[in-house]
Design a protein around this ligand. Structure first.
Ligand SMILES: [Zn+2]
Length: 416
């Protein structure tokens, strides 16, 4: 094979991707000034993953000496990003008692927005994940774009005005197809008013703050990673079910985004050849079997009362009360969710899946059913464990924290 036939070369320590490689090839090196930012990011990430930690423990975890760690953390204490907690018990060797470091609850907050068809939620999130100044507004999904932008600016403006000091930035979690590189909402089937909207530029110009946007399921994943059951994990996926089905991956310690953030359109992976017609126009998408519209239709067919009001939480309740029809439908819903997860497991071997949205309202009962079906579908390896978790915090809560997490990742140069 000639050199020209090998445009993607991989050299140890050099990051080279299809997009980064011009005709002549190029390498991305870390400049000495960037190393400081990276070290700072790694220390902050260790604090997120491990909770309050002393300098000595940070040094031990990083394999460096205490002086090096002090050199990294001292400026962040001065900036009031980190604080030293109360001293613990004296060290066994009789040294000075360790004072754990953690995020300063009084550090600048993060602005967060959750934008779904017809609804806006805004809030402030502290670096430790506490939510405040939460506001909601509605908009007409088929209405006028200027009216939407005015509502968005007003709602977010009121939230931001409650911050004691200027926030680090604003993170937006949005439903639909998102171009996270260019800050544009590409298309939203259920809210055409948002399609083509360059929301990041609009908010940045209006508020004068750094703004980042990402796909709603990816914000759930980031929320799981920073503040939820994904904390400290290296591999997992977040799966959202509701009126739509979506997901996102955390692989080998990084969020997978794909080209311009287009990765993770899991709802439209085909699980049934010539299956039911999907909102996207194709047939047999995972979304046709794992969403509330499927559940409502099946509940009506099974003779369950008020089928239009069915959701996973109610189905679990009815099943616990002894309804065989509800138990049967719950099991089939779990199986439909499991088939998509099994395909992911066979492809990526992530082993951990966190359910959000409607499925998460079913708690451990649906999680156990999904896990059993996934184990039936996949070829299990010896000693392999697949965990299906639910994030019980509520999707709005996790998505808002995730939106804030996007800013944390970007502003603090964390690896995610
Ligand atoms: Zn589809």
């Amino acid at each position: 094979m000639t050199f020209e036939n090998q445009p993607l070369r991989s050299l140890n320590g050099f990051r080279m991707t299809g997009r980064d490689v011009p005709d002549t090839g190029s390498v991305t090196l870390v400049s000495p000034s960037a190393i400081g930012a990276i070290n700072r990011g790694r220390v902050l990430q260790a604090l997120y993953d491990n909770g309050p930690t002393s300098r000595a423990d940070l040094a031990r975890m990083a394999g460096v000496n205490r002086t090096t760690v002090t050199g990294i953390v001292q400026p962040m204490i001065k900036e009031k990003l980190l604080v030293e907690g109360k001293a613990g018990r004296p060290a066994a060797q009789g040294g000075k008692p360790a004072r754990p470091l953690y995020f300063n609850p009084d550090a600048p907050m993060l602005g967060a927005v959750l934008l779904l068809p017809g609804s806006i939620q805004t809030c402030l999130v502290s670096l430790t994940g506490e939510i405040s100044a939460h506001r909601r507004a509605v908009f007409d999904p088929n209405g006028d774009v200027d009216a939407f932008v005015a509502t968005m600016k007003e709602t977010l403006g009121k939230t931001l005005s409650e911050a004691k000091q200027p926030p680090f930035g604003i993170g937006v979690a949005a439903g639909g197809m998102i171009d996270s590189d260019n800050g544009v909402i590409v298309a939203v089937n259920l809210a055409p008013v948002l399609s083509g909207l360059p929301l990041v530029g609009i908010l940045r110009d209006h508020f004068g703050l750094q703004v980042v946007i990402d796909h709603h399921p990816r914000a759930l994943l980031v929320g799981d990673r920073w503040f939820g059951p994904g904390r400290g994990q290296q591999n997992f996926a977040a799966i959202y079910t509701g009126e739509v089905l979506g997901g996102a991956f955390y692989m080998d310690g990084k969020v997978y985004r794909g080209l311009a953030g287009s990765g993770g359109e899991l709802g439209h992976t085909i699980v049934q050849i010539d299956g039911l017609r999907c909102n996207c126009g194709k047939r047999g998408c995972w979304e046709t079997l794992g969403t509330l519209s499927w559940l409502r239709a099946q509940a009506a067919e099974a003779g369950i009362d008020d089928p239009l009001d069915i959701d996973c939480a109610r189905l679990v309740r009815l099943a616990r009360e002894g309804s065989e029809a509800a138990m049967d439908l719950l099991d089939r819903y779990a199986r439909n969710i499991a088939i998509g997860i099994a395909n992911l497991q066979q492809t990526l071997s992530l082993n951990a899946y966190i359910l959000h949205g409607d499925a998460a309202t079913g708690g451990t009962m649906i999680a156990d059913l999904v896990r059993r079906h996934v184990e039936d579908f996949v070829m299990m390896r010896p000693n392999q464990e697949i965990s299906i978790l639910v994030n019980g915090k509520g999707e709005g809560h996790t998505a808002l924290r995730g939106a804030a997490g996007l800013v944390v990742s970007d502003h603090l140069k964390l690896v995610i």
